[in-house]
Design a protein around this ligand. Structure first.
Ligand SMILES: [Mn+2]
Length: 430
């Protein structure tokens, strides 16, 4: 498909100097990308260096053909798009794009997740763009007639982060598509799969689908503009505002820049913090200990719905002068299921610190051999289930003791890495 006139848009979209600069940068990258597309003539002795874009676009082209066939074979059906329990903008926007694509085949999709939209930016995204999504808790799904749906789709996850997937599997619902940018997580029996761990966001993959004609974006259709805006947000947030973006992600952002609504995106990003998030940040500030440019804070008990306050607190702590890495963790309890889990988040500005490695090294594996955290895309996150120690918190002494033990142990494990014995800065004391 042909891109819409790009000249008519950028001017009225530029809201700030930064934005203008970003647009120029994106345009430059887009131009570069166009030039770097494979040329037919290659002089002898000169080898064609495949770029990420050409690799991505040929895979995308092939995948699009496959996906078209699958969608064509499932015309007029009803499908469920299942997101991770706590969907992020990447998942939400990709799901919307999938839904719009599927509509062309008269397939009706419902976008569902089991947990919560806990981050105010996610709530703002869904509210401001009217992004169609529903929370189906484990209770909700029990009351649903699953025979109304002929299949389900996993986007930005492979079923390991959704409580709903085992229920759907048990009901015998077939898995139709998996589209994700996380590493392959085991054997997936899906009719269609497009798993590309070398791109930084699922929104990138979907943008390629759109760009290659799976859905013709039209700037005069408000839903398209909103979906493009959501995809831009997804792409931005999964790539740390493009700072960790690869060439394909930049190319996708450049394409979206022709359709998205910069003011709407700005409104989503300006979403204010709730009082409860502020409270958690306050606790993180009060409890933080700073050593060797690491800021570490345990925030105690948190409600399940507030767990997204943890990464936000880490985002905040890492902005302190002389701090390059922040780790914030808390004990999250889910009253419905009597489950407790320590959830933590690491944020770093230090280029040489790989959050994935760091988390894996700090906490190691559980008894079944699974790491407590890491994995490239949710690199800075970790979860330590409380198991047998869950519950019993009506006894205040027990609750306090339990938190203190975990707090102490997590600090010990982190500090081993923050102050290694062979670190010349801290070795004087040994
Ligand atoms: Mn993602």
């Amino acid at each position: 498909m042909l891109p819409k006139s790009s000249a008519s848009q950028p001017e009225n979209l530029q809201t700030t100097k930064d934005k203008a600069l970003e647009d120029v940068q994106l345009k430059k990258i887009a131009d570069r990308g166009r030039k770097s597309q494979p040329k037919k003539e290659i002089k002898s002795g000169e080898s064609e260096t495949p770029t990420h874009f050409s690799r991505g676009s040929s895979i995308a082209e092939q995948k699009i053909e496959e996906l078209k066939k699958i969608l064509g074979a499932h015309k007029r059906e009803h499908h469920l798009i299942v997101l991770q329990d706590f969907p992020d903008p990447d998942a939400l926007s990709s799901a919307w794009a999938y839904k719009l694509i599927a509509e062309q085949y008269d397939i009706k999709c419902e976008i569902i997740y089991a947990g919560a939209l806990s981050h105010q930016e996610n709530i703002a995204l869904v509210k401001l763009t009217s992004l169609p999504s529903q929370r189906w808790s484990l209770q909700t799904i029990k009351g649903k007639d699953l025979s109304l749906y002929q299949g389900f789709v996993l986007l930005d996850n492979q079923g390991t982060t959704s409580q709903l997937v085992p229920v759907l599997e048990k009901a015998g619902m077939p898995l139709l598509s998996v589209i994700d940018h996380h590493n392959l997580q085991g054997d997936l029996k899906s009719e269609f799969s497009d798993i590309r761990p070398y791109v930084r966001s699922t929104a990138t993959i979907f943008t390629q689908y759109l760009q290659l004609g799976l859905l013709d974006l039209d700037s005069s259709i408000s839903q398209h503009v909103k979906c493009a805006t959501a995809l831009m947000h997804g792409l931005h947030s999964d790539t740390n505002r493009l700072m960790e973006a690869k060439e394909e992600d930049f190319m996708a952002a450049a394409y979206l820049s022709k359709f998205y609504d910069a003011q709407l995106l700005n409104a989503v990003l300006q979403a204010t913090r709730s009082k409860r998030v502020m409270d958690v940040i306050e606790r993180a500030l009060k409890n933080r200990m700073v050593q060797n440019n690491f800021s570490i804070a345990g925030v105690g008990y948190l409600r399940y719905d507030d767990r997204d306050a943890i990464p936000q607190a880490a985002d905040f702590l890492v902005t302190e002068e002389n701090v390059h890495t922040a780790v914030v963790y808390g004990l999250v309890h889910d009253e419905d299921d009597e489950l407790e889990v320590v959830i933590g988040s690491l944020r770093t500005n230090k280029l040489t610190l790989d959050p994935d490695e760091f988390i894996k090294q700090a906490f190691g594996k559980d008894s079944t051999g699974r790491f407590f955290g890491g994995g490239r895309s949710s690199a800075g996150g970790f979860e330590i289930p409380m198991g047998f120690l869950s519950g019993g918190n009506e006894n205040g002494t027990y609750a306090k003791m339990k938190w203190e033990v975990f707090d102490f142990q997590i600090k010990q494990k982190l500090l081993r890495l923050v102050n290694p014995r062979d670190n010349p800065i801290s070795s004087e004391e040994f």
